[in-house]
Design a protein around this ligand. Structure first.
Ligand code: ADE
Length: 264
């Protein structure tokens, strides 16, 4: 899978994307991350990527032509775009999804990560300042994505979060099965984990985990996932895939689906 990242700060990516699992995934050829410096596509002497907003107001706005040329190069159509500077050249019909990182976007979550991981290529644009020129967003952005209800200094950290969450879902990036029962994989939080020693400073591991009884362990873990989700993030239960047994346990534990947390 290939990620094209358009940014005015390509150096920001060198640490997070060149360590650990993402580093190995790139070395193994499972993912490719291509960084493109938006500033290289500026057309004026000062290489500016932003300008004052029409109508006044605080902050700066990213210029449409710089973004458009950076994107055109990413999609192999820069020569065509530069040959006709007065016209908007439509993007190829089969272009990869073009995602703009922005606090005004749809909220990123595991479901969206899974959806994006189905593609062989994604283009991520890191927004900056007050935002980007609306005409570029209208012509060229398929989806706006926010990683949370807070405002970052730019889209770079958000793009790293999206690349990380999507890349780890690609086949071969993690050991098989390791994404099966983790938090959010089916709308529930994860069960608690324990490792050796079985008794640590007087604190014992739950005996069922030492029993060797696989069915009991699986049941205990499922219950832990349900109870944790109920206590910490009850709103997630509305979207979770729940069995009759799950529902019975939740009701015994005080869950009232009628009060807004309706059963699916
Ligand atoms: N840029 C600034 N804040 C952001 C956010 N919360 N998500 C994505 N991009 C952003």
């Amino acid at each position: 899978m290939r990620f094209d990242i358009l940014t005015i700060f390509p150096q920001m990516f060198s640490g997070p994307l060149s360590e650990s699992i993402l580093k190995r995934a790139q070395q193994a050829g499972l993912i490719e991350i291509v960084l493109r410096d938006i500033r290289a596509y500026a057309t004026d002497r000062h290489k500016s990527t932003d300008d004052y907003p029409f109508g006044g107001g605080a902050g700066m706005v990213m210029k449409p032509e710089v973004l458009y040329r950076a994107l055109a190069d990413t999609l192999g159509m820069l020569a065509q775009v530069d040959a006709e500077p007065e016209r908007l050249i439509p993007l190829p019909a089969d272009h990869p999804p073009i995602l703009l990182m922005s606090p005004a976007g749809e909220l990123f979550n595991q479901r969206l990560a899974e959806e994006l991981a189905q593609h062989e290529r994604l283009v991520l644009i890191c927004g900056h300042y007050e935002g980007i020129d609306e005409r570029f967003r209208e012509c060229c952005v398929d989806r706006e994505i926010s990683i949370g209800d807070y405002v970052l200094t730019g889209g770079e950290l958000a793009a790293m979060v999206v690349v990380d969450a999507v890349a780890r879902l690609r086949p071969g990036v993690l050991a098989a099965d390791s994404t099966a029962e983790e938090s959010h994989s089916d709308g529930l939080l994860e069960y608690p984990h324990y490792t050796r020693p079985a008794l640590w400073r007087g604190q014992a591991v739950p005996p069922v985990l030492l029993s060797g009884h696989h069915a009991n362990i699986a049941r205990w873990r499922r219950e832990q996932r349900l109870l944790r989700t109920l206590r910490r993030r009850p709103e997630l239960l509305r979207q979770a895939r729940l069995t009759e047994d799950d529902l019975a346990l939740l009701r015994r534990s005080g869950w009232e689906p009628g009060t807004g947390d309706v059963t699916p």
